[in-house]
Structures are given as C-alpha cells and as structure tokens.
Design a protein around this ligand. Sequence first.
Ligand code: MTE
Ligand code: MO
Length: 218
Amino acid sequence: MADDNAGFREKLIRSKERWAREGRLLTGSPDLQHARRLPPGQREVQNWPVLDLGAQPAIPLDKWRLTIDGLVEQPVMLKWDDLKALPQTDSVSDMHCVTQWSRYDNHWKGVTSRTILDLVMPKMEAKHVIFHAYDTYTTNVSLEVFADPDVLLAHSWEGLPISREHGGPLRVVIPRWYLWKSAKWLKRIEFSETDKPGFWEVRGYHNEGDPWLEQRYS
Ligand SMILES: Nc1nc2c(c(=O)[nH]1)N[C@H]1C(S)=C(S)[C@@H](COP(=O)(O)O)O[C@H]1N2
Ligand SMILES: [Mo]
C-alpha cells in the first residue's frame, strides 16, 4: 500500500517534470490585458479535480497549528480558535490549474493575507513568503504577491469547511497565480529575505505563475 503510493508519486512527479522540459500545453499567445476571463490554454470545468502528491494528511482541529515566522516582528503560532478569532473575509475567485483546467466563481471564507501581515509585521528585509504544508509540500511567492488584497488563508468553500482532499483545515488561495502556488494543508508561513523555490519550482515549474502570461515552466 505504502509502496503503491510511493510508485504513484514518483510517476506523477516524473511526468510533470517531463511536461516542464518539453514545454507542454504552451499556446504562445499570452493575454497581456487579461482581456478574457479564461487564460490561454485553459478550459473551464464544472467539477473540482484533486491534485497533490498522493498523501492527504488528516489534521484534527485540536492538533492543528499554524506557525508564522521568519523575518517578522511578531512571530506567532496560532491554534484553530486563534485563527477563527481573526477578522473573517468572504471572497469569490476563479482558480486556474497548470494542468489546464479553470474553475470559476469559488466562494471562499477565511483570513486575508493583509490581516496576517498586520498581525506579524514583516521586517523591512522580508521579500519572499514560503508556504510549508503538512504533507511536506512547499511553494514560494514574493511578499508583494502575498500582499495582494485577494489572497486568502481559506477554511471554507461554498459555505462548508474545505474537505481534506482539497487542503482542509486551512489552505492558501492565490487567485492570480496558477493553483500550485495555493498550498493545501497549510502548516507554516515563513517570511524570508532570500527566495526559496518550492516543490514544483525546483522541478521545472515557473518561479512565478501568471496564467495570462502562461508562466507554466521555468
Ligand atoms: N500541500 C500541498 N498543496 C498543494 C499541492 C500538494 O501536493 N500539496 N499541489 C498543488 C497543485 S500542483 C495544485 S494544482 C493544487 C490542487 O488543489 P486541489 O486539489 O484542491 O484542486 O494544489 C496545490 N497545493
Ligand atoms: Mo498542479
């Protein structure tokens, strides 16, 4: 069973690395003005596919912790009740996966990145944000992108707690970037002076990930 899972994981990682090397799925027609809602090379889906490395950690709420540290004035370790006591925000956004599906009008609820920034106060030197997840996945964004007003640490989707397969109890939602930047099962947010490319970023995927510019691969 564990072996099967490791085999699946290796196969998935190898095929996605090959896509990156071959530049698969690139249309070569960037939409610089965001003229269309659907980014180039994407198709709209009604369902919500599950993508991860095959291990979907179960984190009971009483064991759940979120550490926010690195180059901040006020590092914190939040328990679930602490997170729920922060200001809660509803937002609606589209998601765009690098494997070509887009899903419109997702209703999220959670805590905005702005609220987190007010809470921990990054130091002047902080330029990058690294997400660490309970399944050991990591991904990186610039502090500027993290500070976008539509970036959310989300616990609910369509009025219900986000399911385990989609990253509950808490996942990141960065609507402007491909979905691999939206870490599921969020465990730690690290503020850093140096960039730290994450799991897919070191395997041929773009360090940024703007769907309208087709920043799929590095
Ligand atoms: N912790 C964690 N987050 C992750 C991943 C992962 O493997 N582990 N995969 C990423 C990728 S590649 C995608 S496309 C989206 C998929 O999110 P979904 O399964 O909710 O559709 O999660 C992203 N966040
Ligand atoms: Mo992905």
